[in-house]
Design a protein around this ligand. Structure first.
Ligand code: AMP
Length: 215
């Protein structure tokens, strides 16, 4: 599926990052996750990372300027593969900006996916989420267990709980999602069709449903 362009939306903890990684692998697309890009910058302690961290640890959105810089570079790198965008756009300013950037590049969005999950399930899920900072694989203490406790199956690194997965911060991120990101779904609905996928169930079943839609 060369040069397909997909945007995946959904609240934090909806499983959109996990599904985006699967879709990227299945269809040979670049997985453009602004959250991963920011966490890399934080880990490398770049100027951008130091600035972004103060917002991320509080569950707030980082500035649109920071994000636009990251997205331009990422789109250039993915020009020949197509992409799935995960975590962007996060508000209406970013949605408008994405439309403008894509128009300038002569690219368009082929699919908008929206993963829908109840807030209380998200709080429960994220309390059990663990990630590998080195290779970005996501685990869950209940449902996606590592073979050896605390060790990433893919790279052997130590898995950790994201600081912004603490309950207070998760609730703030959900409020930010409702206020700032949910309107983006309506923005896309007015321009193209949005495919809503129920995200409460089994990862494999959700992936099968998405794959069916994309084929
Ligand atoms: P995520 O991994 O997508 O949940 O993102 C983690 C955190 O990174 C968010 O809570 C925000 O602080 C920040 N972030 C990620 N993507 C964006 C974006 N497109 N705009 C603003 N902040 C973002």
């Amino acid at each position: 599926m060369a040069l397909t362009h997909i945007v995946i939306l959904g609240p934090p903890g909806s499983g959109k990052g996990t599904q985006a990684a699967r879709i990227a692998r299945e269809f040979g697309l670049a997985h453009l996750s602004t959250g991963d890009m920011l966490r890399d910058a934080v880990a490398r302690k770049t100027d951008l990372g130091v600035e972004a961290e103060t917002y991320m640890e509080r569950g707030l959105l980082v500035s649109d300027e920071i994000i636009f810089g990251l997205i331009g570079t990422a789109l250039d790198a993915a020009r020949d593969t197509g992409w799935i965008m995960d975590g962007f756009p996060r508000n209406l300013v970013q949605a408008e900006m994405l439309s403008k950037i894509l128009e300038e590049r002569g690219e368009k969005i082929d699919y908008v996916l929206d993963i829908d999950v109840d807030s209380e399930l998200i709080v429960r899920r994220l309390s059990k989420r663990r990630v590998c900072p080195a290779c970005k694989v996501v685990y869950n203490l209940d449902s996606i267990k590592t073979k050896a406790a605390g060790i990433c199956d893919a790279c052997g690194g130590a898995i950790v709980k994201r600081p912004d997965d603490e309950e207070d911060t998760v609730r703030r991120r959900l409020a930010v999602y409702k206020a700032q990101t949910a309107p983006v779904i309506d923005y896309f609905r007015k321009r193209s069709s949005v495919i809503t996928v129920e995200g409460a169930g089994d990862i494999e079943e959700i992936f099968a449903e998405i794959r069916g839609v994309l084929k």
